[in-house]
Design a protein around this ligand. Structure first.
Ligand SMILES: [Zn+2]
Length: 285
C-alpha cells in the first residue's frame, strides 16, 4: 500500500496562547469540523516548579497535588472546559477501552475513578471532556461527526502492539453505530520514529505484527548499534487506524516529537523519567 499519511503531517498542529498564560496545541482537521474541543497541553503556563515546570498535569510523578489541581484548572480555563466535566482514563499500558458518561464526570482528576486499567475512553455526550495522560506515548483522537461520538486513547508501544486504535473504533461502532469511514483520526504528538530506540524484545513484537512494507516503516535496525532498533509509533498507529476501517484521507499525523521538543513538552525519554505530564483533551460541543 502506498502510504501517503506523510502528506497529512504538514500544518496540522497549531499552537494557541490563552489569556491566562497557558499555551496548548490543537489540530486543524478537528477544528474544521466545528463540533469538538480538542487540545494537547504543553509545559507553558501553570504553577509547578523544577522538573515539573510549569504546567504539570500528572498526579503520580511526585509533584505537589495542589499545584497539579491548579494546573488542571488553568488548562480547563484555557480551553473553556470546567474540571468537573473532565474524565480521565486509568492508564496502565493496556489496550482496554471503555464508554464513559456524565456519571464519570471529574473522575481521575477531582474524584476517584470507579474503573481501572482503561487506556482509551469513548462517549457520545456533549460537554463531557475525555482526558488521557502522556509524556512520549501517542494520543489518538477519534471523531465521528455523523453519529456525534468521540474517542481518545493512549498508545505507547504496548497499546500500539495491542491495537488500541482498533479497539476504540470497534467500541464506537458497537455503542454508537459509528461507521469507521466517517471517523477522523488524529495521531498526536509523541516520540517520533527517529528518536524512539527500543531493544530486541520490543522489536520482535512489532516484526511479528507488521509484515512487508508496513514492517519497513514501523521498525528498523539502528545504524551502528547492535541489538537496537527504532520504532515509529506514528506509522504503526496509522496502519492500526487503517486496519480499524478509517480511510487514508481521514488520518492525520502530527509532526511534533516530544523528545525533540522537551523544553515545550514533557518527554519521559529526554528527561530520563524526571518529568511532569501532558494531557490530551477531546470534547463534543
Ligand atoms: Zn523525534
Amino acid at each position: 500500500m502506498n502510504l501517503n499519511y506523510i502528506k497529512n503531517r504538514e500544518r496540522m498542529t497549531e499552537m494557541k496562547n490563552a489569556d491566562n498564560g497557558v499555551a496548548y496545541l490543537t489540530f486543524s482537521p478537528l477544528n474544521k469540523l466545528n463540533c469538538v474541543v480538542n487540545a494537547f497541553s504543553t509545559r507553558v503556563g501553570g504553577f509547578s516548579d523544577g522538573i515539573y515546570s510549569t504546567l504539570n498535569l500528572n498526579f503520580n510523578q511526585g509533584d505537589d497535588i495542589e499545584k497539579v489541581n491548579k494546573n488542571f484548572e488553568a488548562m480547563g480555563e484555557a480551553i473553556g472546559v470546567a474540571v468537573e466535566n473532565m474524565v480521565m482514563a486509568h492508564q496502565t499500558h493496556t489496550a482496554n477501552v471503555m464508554r464513559v458518561t456524565k456519571d464519570n464526570s471529574g473522575m481521575g482528576i477531582i474524584r476517584e475513578r470507579n474503573y481501572h486499567d482503561i487506556d482509551g475512553i469513548v462517549t457520545n455526550e456533549p460537554g463531557l471532556c475525555l482526558v488521557t495522560s502522556h509524556a512520549d506515548c501517542i494520543p489518538l483522537y477519534f471523531v465521528d461527526p455523523v453519529r456525534n461520538a468521540i474517542g481518545l486513547s493512549h498508545s505507547g508501544w504496548k497499546g500500539t502492539a495491542g491495537n488500541i486504535a482498533k479497539n476504540t473504533v470497534e467500541l464506537m461502532k458497537n455503542e454508537f453505530g459509528t461507521d469507521p469511514k466517517d471517523v477522523i483520526g488524529i495521531i498526536g504528538p509523541g516520540i517520533c520514529g527517529e528518536c524512539y530506540e527500543i531493544g530486541q524484545d520490543v522489536a520482535d513484537v512489532f516484526t511479528e505484527k507488521y509484515k512487508g512494507e508496513e514492517q519497513l516503516k514501523v521498525v528498523r535496525p539502528e545504524v551502528g548499534k547492535e541489538g537496537k532498533y527504532l520504532l515509529d509509533l506514528h506509522a504503526a498507529n496509522c496502519y492500526n487506524m487503517l486496519d480499524a476501517g478509517l480511510t487514508e484521507k481521514n488520518i492525520y499525523v502530527s509532526d511534533v516529537c516530544t523528545m525533540e521538543n522537551s523544553e515545550l513538552l514533557f518527554s519521559h525519554r529526554a528527561s530520563k523519567g524526571k518529568r511532569g505530564g501532558l494531557c490530551a483533551f477531546l470534547m463534543l460541543k
